[in-house]
Design a protein around this ligand. Structure first.
Ligand code: SF4
Length: 463
């Protein structure tokens, strides 16, 4: 049997009624508490104390490059659309100041992971990439074998950028594809050449990059089953190691760019659901393993192996194999998770520049985690990554009596039991295969902040 087939059979047994019942608004839990709980009382002194108290000496760096060449209408990211490439030089001036100041705090840490995200990291020129990576390498202690990944927009780059990235130490690439059909691409203002994408992937193979990921989005304007099947077939031809399958969340009141997408261009919620189910079935039939929510990997990929072994983790960039690792975010709007703290830099470039000039740090807000946050965070992470929860593991690692601590939450899980979606025994909570799509709903039961946020309608639908 092809990996994942059993799950897929089960997915289709989940009735539309149940899918609709549980298709409510909810967070993606790249952190618990979510970024919505960060507050401006958190300051750099608390951050420094958190660094000093952290038990981890491993460091993951996230660097945010906010610039984009043009505006994709579906986008909800923090970005700056500009054709003035020199703006990236000024940005690097400030990043370098931030890197120098932060590196002093992390002198006892060793970097084991670097990720460039955006915006569009591939907005940078080769020279600018060299400048940034050399600065990072001279400021921080790097381990010998590290994971260096970057998000790439396959428009407006030359193929030999991949050669340059490889020479700087990058070993993982992620390309934004979304949909290969011209009418969809025109409606989202992101027209790109699939043949060129194929050339990029071929070059990445020649250069022996460890892993290539392609991002897809379902629920985009004009997407039909036939058109999205065309995208999926093309993607399989390209043979990536990983595929991310995201849901388009249409929230035009929050994201101005989305107002360019007319409501009537979008698939109905039932059609969108079908797009998702068909895509999951197609990808698993092709041999990809479904990793948590919306990620797929070849069975020999380290994410698939980590999940099988119950060792998958989750951070602000999604699923990862690197668990006990502090995360330092650098650049405008970036998020850090260090010791018992979460923090986020200013989201506006002007404020970020001002803060770096005056204070050498750009923290706008954050949160110190209390014991309850840590306990709930550990529970939610186990559920999101492994689709089950080992009560004994939580009891011993966090020194609690799970059934007593979560008596109220366990009672709230009864609708899921009645709907045949989960099993609860004395030792574990097991999410049944057909309920994997609803993992956010199940995790939400353990979220102490949920009621407040739901009232404010801050999240997108879980499916
Ligand atoms: S989707 Fe990516 S490339 Fe497009 S505007 Fe948003 S951040 Fe920029």
């Amino acid at each position: 049997m092809v990996n994942g087939m059993a799950d897929i059979h089960n997915l289709h047994t989940l009735s539309a009624e149940l899918l609709n019942k549980y298709n409510v608004n909810g967070p993606r839990y790249t952190s618990y508490p979510t970024a919505l709980e960060f507050n401006q009382a958190f300051n750099n002194e608390e951050f420094e104390v958190a660094v000093g108290n952290s038990t981890s000496k491993n460091l993951s760096l996230y660097i945010h490059i906010p610039f984009c060449h043009s505006l994709c209408y579906y986008c909800g990211c923090n970005k700056i659309v500009t054709r003035h490439r020199h703006k990236a030089d000024e940005y690097l001036d400030y990043l370098e100041k931030e890197i120098s100041a932060r590196a002093k705090l992390f002198a006892k840490h060793q970097v084991q992971q670097v990720h460039l995200g955006g915006g569009t990291p591939s907005y940078l020129s080769k020279l600018q990439f060299s400048r940034l990576v050399n600065k990072l390498k001279s400021a921080f202690a790097f381990k010998n074998e590290i994971e260096m990944s970057i998000e790439i927009d396959p428009r407006e780059i030359e193929i030999d950028l991949l050669d340059h990235l490889k020479s700087l130490g990058f070993n993982r690439l992620s390309f934004g594809v979304q949909d290969v059909n011209l009418e969809v691409q025109e409606a989202i203002n992101r027209v790109q050449d699939t043949d060129f994408l194929a050339q990029l992937l071929a070059r990445a193979k020649e250069l022996s990059f460890d892993s290539v990921n392609l991002d897809l989005i379902y629920g985009l304007p004009h997407q039909t089953e036939t058109l999205f099947n065309n995208t999926l077939n093309k993607v399989i031809e390209l043979n990536p190691d990983r595929i991310s399958l995201f849901s388009y969340a249409h929230l035009p009141s929050r994201f101005a760019a989305q107002r360019k997408i007319k409501d009537h261009w979008l698939p109905s919620s039932n059609d969108k659901l079908k797009l998702m189910l068909n895509a999951i079935e197609f990808l698993t039939n092709q041999g990809y393993v479904a990793i948590g929510m919306d990620h797929f990997a070849k069975p020999n990929d380290e994410l698939a192996i980590a999940q099988k072994q119950g060792e998958l983790h989750r951070n602000f960039q999604g699923y990862t194999t690197q668990g006990e690792c502090d995360l330092l975010g650098l650049g405008v709007s970036s998020i850090s998770s260090v010791g018992n703290s979460f923090s986020q830099n200013y989201k506006q470039l002007r404020e970020y520049y001002f803060a770096i000039d005056v204070y050498e740090d750009a923290i706008e807000k954050g949160l110190l985690l209390d014991r309850d946050d840590k306990i709930r965070g550990a529970v939610i992470k186990q559920l999101m990554c492994n689709f089950k929860l080992d009560k004994q593991h939580i009891n011993t690692s966090l020194n609690i009596d799970f059934d007593a601590y979560f008596a109220e939450e366990l009672a709230k899980l009864s609708p899921f039991i009645e709907d045949g979606l989960i099993d609860i025994t004395n030792t574990e909570i097991v999410i049944k295969p057909q309920a994997k799509l609803l993992i956010r709903n199940i995790a939400m039961t353990f979220d102490a902040y949920m009621a407040k946020q739901l009232n404010q309608q801050r999240f997108s639908r879980v499916i």
